[in-house]
Ligand binder design. Structure first.
Ligand code: UP6
Length: 259
């Protein structure tokens, strides 16, 4: 399954956002997601402008902004439309259905209003999916289940991973893939996103562990690599984005040609 092209996988999924993502990846020739972990709206918009042409997804942690406003998301939405990428809020929802429904559609961030995709932990069981779904009000929305983590000592056992896969299989109208560190599913509908990717470092001193874009795609089954500091902290973030994009996409091409 990991050898199929993104293009050919477009037709195996019924989820409009999975299809949209496969199409963006094929047409822009990028399987790079940038983790935009910055603390001001100005930095966020500036980073999105620089990396926008080179990414399929912009991953945010919207709650680390010190100056969040409606204008912030309006600008992000405009950039996403201009450069053809999707907004992906890494909220890592992890509570009971009723609570996540309020966190998704309420509060200061109203995530469901602007983020097409969000991350979700499988820990609470599938009530979390039902809770999130109850807040979408007919909008096209989807989620990625965090099945494994990149940090050292992560508690995601094999049993936990297969539990996440079951939730995904039972809720394909909402779950479009996984955050993972290995080939957690052979189902071509599911998109695997792998964080913990950097070219120059192997750890960050706070538990994060890195592999190269090539290793993520060819050894860990990543469809999409997620890169934060490797790009953000580079002298020239746009040049770094191009470099990570090219490394990850050429590894992907190698993988599909190997069939
Ligand atoms: N992230 C991980 N590992 C996971 C899941 N998510 O690092 O298992 C997220 C982090 C951060 C990004 O929350 O936003 O991916 C990685 O950033 P970095 O490249 O700067 O380490």
């Amino acid at each position: 399954r990991k050898k199929r092209s993104f293009e050919s996988r477009t037709s195996v999924t019924n989820h409009p956002l999975a299809r949209k993502l496969f199409e963006i990846m094929s047409s822009k020739k990028t399987n790079l997601c940038v983790a935009a972990d910055v603390t001001t709206s100005a930095e966020l918009i500036s980073l999105a402008e620089k990396v926008g042409p080179h990414i399929c997804l912009l991953k945010t942690h919207i709650d680390i902004l010190t100056d969040f406003s409606k204008e912030t998301v309006e600008s992000l939405k405009e950039l996403a439309a201009t450069h053809n990428f999707m907004l992906f809020e890494d909220r890592k929802f992890g509570d009971i259905g009723s609570t996540v429904a309020s966190q998704y559609s309420g509060g200061a961030y109203n995530i469901v209003d602007w983020a097409e995709l969000v991350t979700v932990h499988g820990l609470p069981g599938d009530g979390i999916i039902k809770g999130l779904m109850s807040a979408i009000n007919g909008r096209p929305r989807g989620c990625v289940l965090v099945s494994e983590m990149s940090s050292s000592g992560a508690l995601t056992s094999q049993e936990y991973v297969s539990g996440c896969c079951k939730i995904a299989e039972n809720h394909t109208y909402f779950v479009i893939g996984f955050v993972s560190q290995s080939n957690v599913s052979s189902d071509p509908r599911f998109i695997l996103l792998t964080p913990g990717v950097q070219l120059d470092k192997s750890v960050d001193g706070l538990g994060q562990q890195y592999v190269t874009p090539r290793a993520a795609v060819l050894e860990r089954g990543a469809d999409i690599i997620i890169v934060g500091r490797g790009i953000r902290e580079a002298e020239d973030p746009e040049a770094a984005a191009i470099k990570y994009k090219e490394e990850a996409f050429s590894a992907y091409l190698e993988r599909i040609e190997a069939q």
